[in-house]
Design a protein around this ligand. Structure first.
Ligand SMILES: Cc1cc2nc3c(=O)[nH]c(=O)nc-3n(C[C@H](O)[C@H](O)[C@H](O)COP(=O)(O)O)c2cc1C
Length: 187
């Protein structure tokens, strides 16, 4: 699968088959994450790879922040089930001290965004599915996984074989809505 095809056909996968993923594939997606560009090449990312089913269940339970999601009409995180059923859950973390800060721009978020996209595209190219889950109880997850204070947890990424063929994703905005040539809004 070439890069553009992978980008265009990747979808968030929220349900997984009861099938393990091969270690070589797991290593390949982690390698892809680590190949991402980063602030001064400081590679602030750290990944906690969880295979233990009971721990995945607990992570799944922590993927809901009521005060944040309930007002938006969510009773659970749409990825809750998937986190428990995926054979591998990758917790994407960052050490902000190993990245840049310019005014209020925290580059560790950028570093992790790029790295996790690499990870998800690599997974897709290898026939695996994944989803970036950005809503979770950070402090409880930190305690569960022994993640030190000062390290930020940026996302939860369940990875596994997709349960269903998923072709259509949610719609994207029209190009003229998101791209301006030469100047903002000038078309
Ligand atoms: C920063 C961020 C946070 C996200 N958090 C969640 C989440 O908590 N739960 C979830 O099910 N999907 C989450 N998603 C996935 C988006 O809903 C999904 O990427 C979007 O709807 C587009 O669908 P697609 O990935 O299939 O193209 C998140 C994506 C991003 C980039």
């Amino acid at each position: 699968m070439d890069t553009l095809e992978a980008i265009k056909t990747r979808r968030s996968i929220r349900r997984f088959k009861d099938r393990d993923i091969e270690n070589e594939k797991l290593e390949a997606v982690l390698e892809a994450a680590g190949m991402a560009p980063s602030w001064a090449n400081m590679q602030c990312w750290r990944f906690v790879v969880v295979r233990d089913g009971m721990v995945r269940e607990q992570i799944s339970e922590l993927s809901y922040v009521e005060s944040f999601l309930a007002p938006k009409g969510y009773k659970v995180n749409p990825s809750k089930k998937g986190i428990a059923e995926a054979p591998v859950v990758i917790i994407a973390c960052a050490d902000p001290e190993q990245s840049g800060l310019l005014w209020d721009q925290h580059y560790y978020l950028t570093d992790l965004g790029i790295a996790t996209q690499n990870l998800m595209l690599a997974a897709h190219a290898l026939g695996l599915g994944s989803v970036f889950v950005g809503v979770f109880e950070e402090e409880k997850l930190r305690t569960l996984l022994g993640i030190p204070a000062g390290i930020r947890i940026v996302g939860i990424v369940p990875v596994g074989y997709p349960r269903d063929e998923k072709k259509e994703g949610p719609p994207r905005k029209a190009r003229e809505e998101i791209v301006f040539y030469e100047k903002w809004k000038k078309s």
